[in-house]
Design a protein around this ligand. Sequence first.
Ligand code: 5GP
Ligand code: ZN
Length: 110
Amino acid sequence: MENCVFCKIAKKEIPSNLVYEDEYTVAFNDLNPQAPVHILVIPKKHYASLNEVDDPVIMGALLNAVKETAKKLNISDYRTVINTGKGAGQEVFHIHLHMLAGRPLKWPPG
Ligand code: 5GP
Ligand code: ZN
């Protein structure tokens, strides 16, 4: 989608630090990390949020990409977050899964 920063990253039109890529997804470092490891996993195809994803293949591919990224980086403990909608903190309207790791992550998050 035009003017979508994550579409541009997926198409490599703007540079990012890609850490994983497969047929359906890419993963790259967050610009403003909230933990020593903060990676975003996105589908190459544009969906504004989780609510718009209509393809179970993409649903599965996103979680698979999280697992493969963790494996590739040798990370065993991490948190995966999907903010859906403004009221839940979503700021970029191309669905993305946050992966946070590298520091103690308490639960409940607070
Ligand atoms: P949200 O609040 O939508 O769940 O998360 C958006 C995330 O995208 C934030 O953590 C923010 O730091 C990150 N972000 C926003 N713009 C860019 C960008 O241009 N490049 C990268 N790598 N991350 C971005
Ligand atoms: Zn997009």
